[in-house]
Design a protein around this ligand. Structure first.
Ligand code: SF4
Ligand code: SF4
Length: 252
């Protein structure tokens, strides 16, 4: 009884500590310095100096491929800043080239998967991560991000899931288990690629025996760039599946 009274007192004095996202925009505390995509300062073209600074070939003379970017910040000295939208997930791979600090590039993207309901059951598969993306995903289950308040639940079996959340670059040992996990989802189902690794190989692109990307192994519905993407960006990627993301709520 004394303990309950103490909890009540703490709740009354501290108020609600759970994140307000996506009802409110992500706060500065929720987005680390490299949590946003890098964009050229003062114009769309990055330029040759920025191109030469990038260790993963994400920068060309005309655009930045956010799906390759590992957020190393080497291009900052060459005129890029991390000012892109934190809601950087796209429904197509090519849209990751066109990210800007304006509205998300959604008009040409596929609509939400209407067949998925208001709640999403998520099965996480690590096909070869460095564990950082894993930790950001698992943060969604803590009391601060509290993904359950948004109808997002993690399951321990793909047979109970609507969504396959994939982190890491596909290693040979994980290709077949990943395919089997995808087949086990009952449907309707969706796949979210979290971070540069499953989108392009990220820092491991070109390493012998590693798959170049998740595409070609399972169909991908949402591409979320970052290395790693912060929890609010992962929430946005999931909510894009059923049209409950911040943009769909008229939040920006
Ligand atoms: S932050 Fe991204 S775009 Fe810039 S140099 Fe690093 S990998 Fe390349
Ligand atoms: S995308 Fe970056 S943070 Fe995520 S698993 Fe790959 S290397 Fe690690």
């Amino acid at each position: 009884m004394i303990v309950v009274a103490s909890w009540l007192e703490q709740s009354m004095t501290r108020g609600i500590l759970t994140s307000r996202y996506p009802k409110e925009a992500a706060s500065d505390d929720e987005v680390p310095p490299t949590g946003r995509p890098p964009l050229p300062v003062g114009g769309p073209a990055p330029g040759p100096r920025a191109r030469d600074s990038c260790p993963v070939g994400a920068i060309s003379d005309t655009e930045v491929d956010q799906g390759k970017c590992i957020r190393c910040a080497r291009c900052v000295a060459a005129g890029l800043t991390f000012t892109g939208p934190v809601e950087a997930a796209t429904r197509s791979r090519s849209d990751l080239m066109r990210l800007s600090d304006g509205p998300a590039p959604s008009p040409g993207s596929p609509p939400p998967l209407a067949s998925l309901g208001r709640s999403l059951h998520v099965f996480l598969v690590d096909v070869g991560s460095c564990n950082a993306c894993n930790l950001e995903v698992l943060a969604l289950a803590n009391p601060y991000y509290d993904a359950q308040r948004l109808g997002i639940f993690f399951t321990n079996s793909p047979r109970h899931a609507d969504v396959l959340l994939v982190v890491g670059v596909p290693t040979p040992e994980m290709v077949e288990p990943l395919r089997r996990a995808y087949e086990a989802l009952p449907g309707p189902k969706a796949v979210v690629a979290v971070g540069a690794c499953p989108i392009s190989g990220g820092a491991f692109a070109g390493v012998r025996d590693l798959a170049p990307s998740l595409e070609g192994i399972v169909p991908v519905d949402v591409f979320l760039p970052g290395c790693p993407p912060p929890p609010v960006a992962i929430l946005d990627a999931l909510l894009k599946l059923n049209g409950r993301d911040r943009a769909a709520r008229g939040g920006r």
